[in-house]
Design a binder for this molecule. Structure first.
Ligand code: ZN
Length: 231
């Protein structure tokens, strides 16, 4: 089922929320969160993070790119004991973030003991020929890879075998996470990979509760607290 929702971000973003079965496409807006949308950070509101332990928000990514990607080299060891999910990692050319660095962030997230492997249901391994592709893309290319879903240059999506992380969100984070860009990055990987595992969106169960990772936390928290972890 496809529903069309108009959301106010900086400009109007028209979003289509796809069905949630494996193989379908998922975009990070839905009628469910319409009432709780918060403005996403703008470059004007960008915080300068100087601590060495925090990712920098000062990096500028181009709005559009060539649609060509650099694939991360090599493979990782299998992590987890459950059903094996293999993935490859790519970064669009012209994005000033190294493919190895982005791949390492993805690898760390998926291998983290609090991640999707935690309950023994899933295992992960990065290998260059994997069907599941986790890419970091410019906003313009994100829109193209997510089409026919409309990401409006702002949000990420999962579309078929592609998990498309919008480099704008990767570098700026989301207002819901304030200055905790590191946690936002964990969240966005876990959330979009969760769609690849066949999981639909979830609502905040109770004000003040920990947000489900499948809540669209980029857009708002519905009264929940930020949480980047699946369990
Ligand atoms: Zn989603």
């Amino acid at each position: 089922m496809l529903s069309i929702v108009v959301t106010a971000i900086t400009a109007l973003v028209i979003a289509a929320a796809g069905s949630e079965s494996p193989g379908s496409a998922v975009v990070e807006t839905s009628s469910m969160v319409k009432a709780t949308l918060q403005p996403l950070p703008t470059p004007r509101a960008r915080a300068v993070v100087s601590a060495a332990t925090k990712p920098s928000r000062t990096l500028l990514v181009p709005e559009n790119g060539p649609g060509l990607f650099v694939k991360a080299k090599g493979s990782t060891q299998t992590v987890g004991r459950g059903n094996l999910v293999t993935y490859r990692v790519e970064v669009e050319e012209t994005i000033p973030i190294g493919t190895a660095a982005f791949a390492a962030a993805v690898d760390r997230t998926l291998a983290h003991p609090r991640g999707w492997t935690a309950r023994g249901r899933y295992a992960f391994r990065r290998e260059p020929s994997a069907a599941l592709r986790i890419v970091l893309a410019t906003p313009g290319t994100t829109d193209e890879l997510c089409a026919p879903l409309q990401t409006g240059g702002e949000v990420s999506c999962r579309n078929g075998n592609d998990v498309v992380i919008n480099a704008k969100r990767w570098t700026l984070g989301a207002r819901s996470y304030d200055d905790d860009l590191a946690s936002y990055r964990l969240y966005v990987i876990n959330h979009e990979v969760g769609h690849s595992l066949g999981l639909p969106h979830a609502a905040c169960p109770l004000a003040g509760a920990k947000a489900p990772v499948m809540l669209q936390q980029t857009l708002g928290l519905q009264g929940c607290l930020t949480n980047p972890w699946p369990y």
